[in-house]
Design a binder for this molecule. Structure first.
Ligand code: ZN
Ligand code: ZN
Length: 343
């Protein structure tokens, strides 16, 4: 029985092209106590591999978090299978706005401690005592309420390229950091203000809303299904979208455009621009925003130093890296002093 992916990304890309079939990019999650994550993981891998599912799936004692793509033809079978797992029956599937057949090139189902790295100890509060879910229309109404504080639960590099109009976007690198900052800023308004939260697909708000309730917040609301589901609803029900810019996503597309506003700038020249890239120097790989003309000028690198390294041969680069740590792991995601226009 095959329990792990065997094809390389290139081989997979070729297969997808050859098949010439439309694929759907889907994400979903569910908090639920899973007694044996490894057995559940194997079950999913075997069944999904058969359906030609590709993606990144995390399974843990606390639940499942899945981002995947699937041939549109296999969707019905996939859905029936999901519904046969009792805690996934009718789970909300977020379907990506822009489809891309190559959003994922491997099937990776991993057993993790948590389905989202949240830095929290679960024993301290009830993760199922969550905030009130709002649909797009209700979310818009609450956003208009002067008594509402709307908070973006994502990290700085995500909210930078797009967010809800008027939302607070904490300048944080981790989910854990944003919890403390928000609590501190709103400590005198735990009872009188509406705390309205959103994130990419809703999963972070599930945890955050339970956390804030545990901390004494009385009016906790969250956008059901996150920006992805909000956008689907605003389109299908012709509701006004109050999201400006792009939605950062965690596959190779990096973002989905929601509105034509460009709310960020190239980190190198300051011109309006809102597409992320990774520094082309393998030893750096810094995530940052780079416009097309800077990309050309800098050979897709974040700094002159990286540009010099990148111009060396592969062997020379390997020699240079010997004995040094991968700087990617030292520097925080999306932050570097070399980026003049990073706020
Ligand atoms: Zn630029
Ligand atoms: Zn670099």
């Amino acid at each position: 029985m095959q329990l792990y992916n065997k094809l390389s990304a290139i081989e997979r890309a070729e297969l997808i092209d050859k098949a010439g079939k439309e694929r759907l990019t889907i994400s979903f999650y569910q908090y639920h106590k899973i007694r044996n994550p490894q057995i559940f993981r194997n079950y999913l891998f075997v069944n999904w591999n058969e359906l030609d599912v590709l993606g990144r799936i995390y399974v843990s004692f606390e639940g499942i978090n899945a981002q995947l793509s699937i041939p549109a033809d296999n969707f019905d079978v996939f859905k029936t299978q999901l519904d046969s797992i009792y805690f996934l029956e009718n789970v909300r599937l977020n379907i990506a706005v822009e489809q891309d057949n190559k959003s994922f090139l491997k099937l990776k189902v991993k057993v993790r401690k948590k389905i989202v790295a949240d830095g929290l100890s679960d024993d301290t509060f009830d993760v199922t005592d969550i905030g009130i879910h709002l649909k797009a229309k209700q979310f818009n109404e609450m956003l208009e309420d002067p008594n509402t504080v709307c908070v973006d639960m994502r990290n700085h590099y995500e909210s930078e390229i797009g967010h809800f109009a008027g939302a607070i976007t904490p300048d944080v690198d981790t989910f854990r950091d944003s919890l403390d900052i928000i609590e501190e800023n709103l400590k005198d308004h735990k009872e009188d203000r509406n705390l309205l939260m959103y994130c990419t697909g809703g999963i972070r708000c599930e945890k955050a809303s339970a956390y804030f309730k545990h901390k004494g917040f009385k009016n906790v609301y969250q956008l059901e299904g996150g920006i992805i589901e909000y956008t689907r609803q605003t389109k299908s029900e012709e509701i006004e979208s109050k999201f400006i810019g792009k939605n950062f996503v965690f596959d190779h597309r990096r973002s989905e455009r929601i509105s034509y506003d460009v709310v960020s700038q190239c980190h190198q020249c300051g011109e309006p621009f809102d597409s992320h890239t990774n520094c082309d120097n393998e030893a750096c790989h810094l995530l940052f925003i780079q416009c097309e003309s800077c990309a050309e000028k800098m050979d897709n690198c974040c700094s002159d130093e990286c540009k010099e390294v990148n111009a060396l041969t592969f062997e020379e680069q390997k020699e240079l890296r010997k004995g040094t740590h991968n700087s990617n792991k030292i520097f925080k995601k999306g932050r570097s002093k070399v980026l003049k226009y990073k706020k």
